[in-house]
Structure formats: C-alpha cells, structure tokens
Design a protein around this ligand. Structure first.
Ligand SMILES: *Cc1c(COP(=O)(O)O)cnc(C)c1O
Length: 367
C-alpha cells in the first residue's frame, strides 16, 4: 500500500483494476453478479445497497437483533424508506427464517421491497443462516430483494452470493480483509441490477457509472489507490491460504475462544448454539461487574483492545474479535490478558483456566 501515487487515468491503470474486479467476484462467489468497490466504510455500503435498488419511500423488512441491524435500519429510515421491524426478535437470536417467511407471505400486496439481513451480527456474536432465509423467501413466493451485510463475515465465514440467491451484499475492508477501513465492497445479482432503474436518487453511490467505468478498468472518480493495492494483497493472501482453509481456521480458533469462555465460566450473548459466530464472541460479565471499566483497564494496563458491549449491552458485555490474520499464539496472548483483566475487575476465576481450555482444544483438533 505504501507506494508513490500514480495516475488513475493512465492506460496502465486497468492492469490493476481488471484483475481486482475478478478477484472480488471470487471473494463473493459470484459469476452472474456484478461487483463494485466504493470508497466508503460499511455504512456507505448500506446506503449504496438501499438507494440503488429501492424506490423512494419503499418498505423493507428488518429482523433487528443487534446494533448493526439497528444502525442499518436507522440509515434506511433517514433515507426515507419505511422499515418494518420483525417483531419478537431478541438480541442474541439469529434472524428467524420461518418468521421472515410468514411476514412475507402475509404481505399480499407485495409492498416489502427488500429483506435486510446482517449475516454476522458483530455486536452479539451471532451468525444468520442466509441460505435458510432465502429458502423461506422462495417458499413465500415473494419478490423482495435479499440484502446481506457481510461486513464481519465475507472473507472469514462461508459466503455464497449466487448459490444462496443474495441480491445485494456489502462488506468492508477492515475486518476479514485485514485492511484499514475505506473500501465498501459490494455484489449485486442480475435482479438487483434490473432494479437500478427504479431506484432512489443517488449520486456518489450511483452504481451505474461505477460499473461502466470498472468495465473499462477505471473508476468514475478518484479511487483510493493504496486501498486497491492493499485489497490486491489481501485477496492474494486469502487465495494463497485457500478460502476453505481460512473458513476452517476461523471455526477452529473460535471454538478455542468459546472453550476458554466456558472455563471461566462466563455466558456468551448468543442464545442459539447453532448460530455462534466464528469471527467474534460476545461475553456477558457477571452482575455488578462493569464491562466498560474492564475494557478500559484492559486497554490502559495491558494494551489489549477488547470490543465494547454495544447498545443495550453497553457495560454488560465485552467482545473478543477473532477475525482475519490470526493464529493460536495471538489468541492465547489475548485470552491470558482477558483473564488478568477479569481478575482485576473482581471476577472469581482460576487464572490460566481459559488459556488451558483453549490450548487443550487446539492441541486435540487438527489444524
Ligand atoms: C463493522 C461492521 C459494520 C461497519 O460499518 P463501518 O461503517 O465500516 O464502521 C457494518 N456491519 C457490520 C456487521 C459490522 O461488523
């Protein structure tokens, strides 16, 4: 990434862009879809997803079981869309395919234009079953678009854009892709592309000029060239390890983290054992222990960055991220420091218990 700037209108520039578009297509596992790289964080990707494909004021269905779903819904509301929040979904639950199906089946006027799904809810550590949600939508025979926020999943967890029938997907550069924030990577199905002409007003995030210019190997405005080089390297790293190996590594490392948490023992936020996230674990602190103070102490005393409890989990939970370029040694360091921070906070635990549980799990399971 650290290289001299170059001319993004030069005849040589497509040599960088064209293969990058192809590699991004592989990341999303799409052959029939179109991909785009917007200079934005994930939040910009949400906006691009909505404005490009939904008519002004259109209705969307949102199972809201975490902070990122809530924020996406908030973006939609502020852009003038009507957000139907699926009732009865609690934080810690995955989005329920059967109730999404029922809500769509009940929408006889076909007013719902899209279903918004956060694939991996980073606030709660819960992974949605996108494939089952798609199957439910198909059973309901409803034409709504399926939009997926894959910011903390794509590049680390199994994701299949075409096979799962996702219409619009968004990811960001700063999680599984191991880069600074700054790129919103997106994939659009042919159905989503067909919806462009009935979309809402948009300018910076307009997909049409992006696709037209990308096809020629260029961008409609100045791209962040260091980010493009960084993406090229990140995708090469994933390809070198092999995507299936990357997915397996995340699953194995996450099992070790959960073994440590179970040994302390502290409850995790995810209430469905089938839906535990392999990229982030949200851990509930015991009553009377302020998780915010624990996080601040871990940072100032041990130089350890823990994720905060978000929204209603503020002060009640902390998060261990286990995404991207990561191995057992890095996680053992983090787990050891978490034990020290928990002990400092007054949590009764046996020092070394979590570390030992993770060590045992990783020793007993093949890499
Ligand atoms: C991190 C994250 C986002 C990020 O949004 P930014 O605008 O990049 O901060 C969105 N959705 C999920 C699920 C995330 O984990």
């Amino acid at each position: 990434m650290h290289r001299a700037s170059e001319d993004h209108r030069s005849v040589a520039f497509p040599e960088l862009v064209r293969p990058l578009i192809e590699e991004t297509r592989r990341l999303f596992r799409t052959e029939v879809g179109s991909v785009a790289l917007f200079p934005a964080s994930g939040t910009g990707g949400w906006e691009a997803a909505l404005t490009n494909t939904l008519p002004s004021g259109g209705r969307v269905l949102l199972p809201c079981a975490g902070q990122f779903a809530a924020l996406w819904g908030d973006s939609a509301r502020r852009l003038g869309y009507r957000v139907d929040v699926l009732p009865g979904v609690e934080w810690g639950d995955p989005p329920p395919p059967d109730r999404i199906e029922a809500a769509l089946a009940a929408d006889s006027g076909a007013e719902i234009r899209a279903v918004l799904i956060v694939h991996n809810e980073t606030s709660t550590g819960v992974t949605a079953d996108v494939q089952a949600i798609r199957a439910g939508m198909d059973r309901a025979g409803h034409g709504a678009l399926l939009m997926v926020d894959g910011v903390s999943s794509i590049g680390s967890l199994r994701y299949r854009h075409d096979e799962w029938g996702v219409d619009v997907a968004v990811t960001g550069s700063q999680k599984g892709l191991m880069l600074p924030a700054g790129l919103a990577l997106m994939a659009f199905s042919p159905k989503a592309i067909a919806a462009l002409e009935h979309g809402s007003p948009r300018a910076y995030f307009d997909l049409a000029p992006m696709l037209a210019q990308n096809k020629l190997g260029f961008f409609p405005y100045t791209p962040s060239i260091p980010m493009l080089y960084g993406l090229r390297e990140a995708l090469a790293m994933l390809a070198e390890e092999g995507m299936q190996a990357v997915i397996t590594r995340h699953a194995r490392l996450a099992r070790g983290v959960r073994a440590a948490v179970a040994a302390w023992p502290l409850p995790i936020c995810c209430r469905d054992p089938q839906a535990v996230s392999n990229t982030v674990t949200t851990i509930m602190t015991p009553a009377g222990i302020d998780a915010s103070k624990l996080i601040a102490n871990a940072f100032t005393r041990y130089d350890l960055a823990l994720g905060a409890g978000l929204g209603p989990l503020a002060g009640k939970a902390f998060r261990i991220g286990h995404v991207g370029d990561l191995n057992e040694g890095m996680l053992l360091g983090a787990l050891g420091l978490v034990e020290m921070a928990l002990a400092d906070a007054g949590v009764a635990l046996t020092p070394g218990s979590g570390v030992a549980a993770a060590q045992q799990l990783w020793r007993e399971t093949e890499a």
